[in-house]
Design a protein around this ligand. Sequence first.
Ligand SMILES: [Zn+2]
Ligand SMILES: [Zn+2]
Length: 285
Amino acid sequence: MAVTGRADLHAHTTASDGMYAPAEVVRRAKLAGLSAIAITDHDTVAGVEEAIAEGDRIGMMVIPGVEISTVTDHTDIHVLAYYTDNADPVWQNRLAWIGSARDRRNDEMLHKLQELGIDISIEDVREAAKGKKGSIGRPHIAEALIRMGVVADMKEAFARYLGSGAAAYVQVQSVTTTEALSWIREAGGVSVIAHPGLYGRDELLGRWAAEGAHGIEAFHSDHSAEDAERYQTFAANHELIITGGSDFHGEREGESYHGPLGSSGVELVVAEQLRRMAASMSSSN
Ligand SMILES: [Zn+2]
Ligand SMILES: [Zn+2]
């Protein structure tokens, strides 16, 4: 394998909230001049197989990945995982549990509303969410409550029922960052703290490094030059792999978000580091 070229280690597809099918993202990555692309959908590896098949067809290296939604002290933290063994049933179950966290929470909130005497069902919420992007959540429950005449507007829905501490509020029960790091390791994968610049919680990085995070995403579309510099230094001091990616989802009103494919990334040699790290873990199992 040639070790020159660029790799974008963070991209989404229609398997989660991206705009393009996995194969299309791979084709676009090639057109963008990249040598490798990682498919990292939110809490699912459903797009990986299609992406790899397209990569084989057009001659593009595709790195299997996933971006896990985790929580530390009420802060949402994303952890990228690469080269996990997606045939491992324990890992499959864990991923499914993480991916259904929001659905479970919706169910519990609807149950609380019903206990409060409001005759609302998941069908009412689905109806309210029709034609809207993204997964079903509190704004759609609020919309259903407005349509039913239970509340006057969104503000009242959150104040009385859905906001933190309100009558039907339920917190999302997701995996902790610490636990996710060990789940990824147990699945033979390489873990990378995604876009740390978006959390404002740099004090936590040392803990995750001690808990076995393998890398840190220093280069990201929403990172400043100072962010990239600071995280590269941190990685060097903690012997972490320095990764980067665009976090491409597609285009919204003509603008790529979080950035165009390849706009943030790393040298291809980093993709090789990830692969070797994963290989060394599976051989030590
Ligand atoms: Zn993210
Ligand atoms: Zn992402």
